[in-house]
Write a protein that binds this ligand. Sequence first.
Ligand SMILES: Cc1ncc(COP(=O)(O)O)c(C=O)c1O
Length: 396
Amino acid sequence: MIGCSDKLTQLPPYLFSRINQLKREAFTKKLDVIDLGMGVLHHPTTHRYPQAKGMPKFRRTAADWLERRFGVTLDPEREVLALIGTKEGIAHLAMALLNPGELALVGDPAYPVHRNGVILAGGEVFFLPLRQENQYLPDLGAIPTAIAQRAKLLLLNYPNNPTTAVVEDLTFFKEVVAFAKKYDLVVCHDNPYCEITFDGYVAPSFLQVPGAKAIGVECFSFSKTYNMAGWRVGWMCGSERIVGYVEKFKSFIDYGVPTFLQLAGVSALQSPLAVVAETVKIYQRRRDQWVQGLAKLGWQVPTPKATMYVWAPLPERFRAQGSLAFAERLIQETGIVVAPGVGFGPGGEGYVRMALVTHDHRFHDALLRLKKFLRQEPVSMPGSRGPGGEPGAVAE
Ligand SMILES: Cc1ncc(COP(=O)(O)O)c(C=O)c1O
């Protein structure tokens, strides 16, 4: 069974985690607690240091939401951990698990912290190609046995950023659980887009697969579902053991999510589903306007079933110059900003990601500007392709 990293073992549990635990127990037993433990003056509860793993109400509400939405049952006390956004959680998961040189399996292309978190942890990345012809799913059978045996962590993300790929049902996740059991590795499924889905598609949770909770965790975010990207709130849930490693690691670094933001998260999760439906409707409208508008300009791009992105293969004529040069020229000549695919890993070359995050009328403007741009001859821009298509250079 995968343990945590040596550095985490070397550190005893954070002293104040223990003291805080005892303090909570004393409150529960209705002892008259006089708290001189933490360096904060008398303030309303929302000003104090938060409970680092998340206040009980936050963890309970997150667990209730998973039960309602996916039929997944979690123990909020031991299987849910508040995060300062899932980006933070994934980076710290890698640090909590990996010793220098240990291997993680990461999609290519992928959301940058999947790779960067592993590198910052001193780990090694083995890229799993995500190819259009394989619905952007990794081919687990193609992973060399020696690599699978060495790997300690597998990072996944469906609905996927940047490719917008989805899993139709639990078939792939079941394969993942079997693979993780066979090779004894930890799975982290990053699931921030599960509610941003279109045309009746409903995204599953990795934790719906029997046995998933034993080997993995899943990360959820308020950033996309509730438009709270700048609030920095999310959570990790699943395996008590793995959640515990991340909780311990974080206890040496941060104090968790500020209480008032946790309470905002609780309100969001308890809000009527119509709130999210309204957001989804807006993205779907923009998606249709954009995809159809591009098609009229002769740029055929797939219609995403989920996420707020369009993953667009470069127009044939521009392919040779690469995604970075294309994106650079586009911004310089038209003011339109897109994310070059190579920023998400070498496998993202040949694509750009467009985010549906501006006002409807701006898409109209963008189409007018693109019309002129696409009529021009591509100009070769030597040297602007980036060092070997290195990822991590651009916006996420
Ligand atoms: C796949 C994926 N994971 C995680 C994140 C970060 O989410 P959060 O705001 O919760 O840190 C993003 C944001 O773009 C993302 O696309």
